[in-house]
Design a protein around this ligand. Structure first.
Ligand code: HEC
Ligand code: HEC
Length: 220
């Protein structure tokens, strides 16, 4: 073998050795460290997570994937950290215009009810989004400004998730109509990544692997 070829081969072996050095139980910081990249508007399939051998680490990684939807503005605008919704593309969290507040039942106040503007479907010409029973997520279901871990902990906590079992959490994410609006937000609004069906499958896989929460630092 010529020396240059030999050198080439040993470089390849070295690279392979380095990329295999991650111990299976080492906590995952970023999904792209262990999984193939995914387009911002897509979700990985639950099967893509099979490469993570340890079920508890796989569960945490599945939640990080789900958090790409949960913390997307289509969801989080309606799961705000205060008494008013947000609007727009997120990151800067623009307050809802006109100013509205949740009122006693998260449905607005007399004269400014959510459903006086928001119909049971999107009204495209007026750019008013809509879905049946449009109202704000209760205060204890706030996601804006929280880490994926914090959202995970509260979503499992019956005192903060509307008394839901894990099976009901899967069902809500997979079939609820306000959730479903996140993928049918109307013209000019970016939908949540992937599809509701795939998102439901990710949440179901998270529950099946023990509904583990990622570390405080972990981000998708
Ligand atoms: C128009 C407002 C609105 C939008 C948009 C919205 N939600 Fe919600 N969400 C609510 C309300 C209201 C509740 C409480 C209803 C209940 O408990 O049945 C809720 C509760 C939940 C819950 C159960 C409680 C919890 O926090 O664990 C989950 C899960 C959830 N939403 C997921 C989503 C996801 C995912 C999206 C985006 C794809 C989304 N929501 C978009 C209003 C909204
Ligand atoms: C006076 C009319 C009016 C009232 C009342 C109203 N909204 Fe809105 N809302 C709008 C309009 C118009 C938009 C679209 C803003 C835009 O994106 O240009 C909007 C957008 C939103 C969005 C952003 C959706 C997204 O992600 O793009 C949320 C969330 C929302 N409203 C929730 C509520 C809730 C909850 C209430 C009741 C507490 C409420 N709104 C009351 C008119 C209203």
């Amino acid at each position: 073998m010529r020396p240059s070829l030999l050198l080439g081969t040993s470089v390849v072996v070295l690279v392979a050795a380095v990329s295999c050095s991650r111990r299976p139980s080492e906590p995952i910081g970023r999904l792209s460290d262990v999984l193939s990249p995914v387009a911002p508007n897509e979700l990985r399939s639950p099967e893509a997570f099979a490469v993570i051998a340890d079920p508890s680490e796989r569960s945490k990684a599945l939640f990080l994937e789900a958090s790409r939807v949960l913390l997307h503005p289509r969801c989080a605008n309606c799961h705000p950290d205060g008494d008013s919704p947000y609007q727009g593309a997120g990151a800067d969290w623009k307050p809802h215009y006109p100013p509205v507040t949740r009122g006693p039942q998260d449905k607005g106040v007399v004269g400014m009810e959510c459903t006086s503007c928001h119909q049971d479907r999107n009204v495209e010409l007026a750019r008013v989004p809509g879905a049946p029973n449009w109202h704000l997520a209760p205060r204890e279901m706030a996601w804006v400004g929280r880490t994926p871990r914090a959202v995970c902990e509260q979503m499992k906590d019956k005192s903060r998730n509307g008394g839901k079992t894990l099976a009901q959490i899967v069902e809500h994410n997979a079939h609820d109509e306000l959730v479903g609006w996140g993928w049918r937000p109307g013209a000019g609004r970016e939908p949540a990544p992937g599809t509701q069906e795939r998102f439901g499958a990710i949440v179901a896989a998270w529950v099946e692997t023990g509904a583990e929460c990622p570390s405080e630092e972990a981000r998708p």
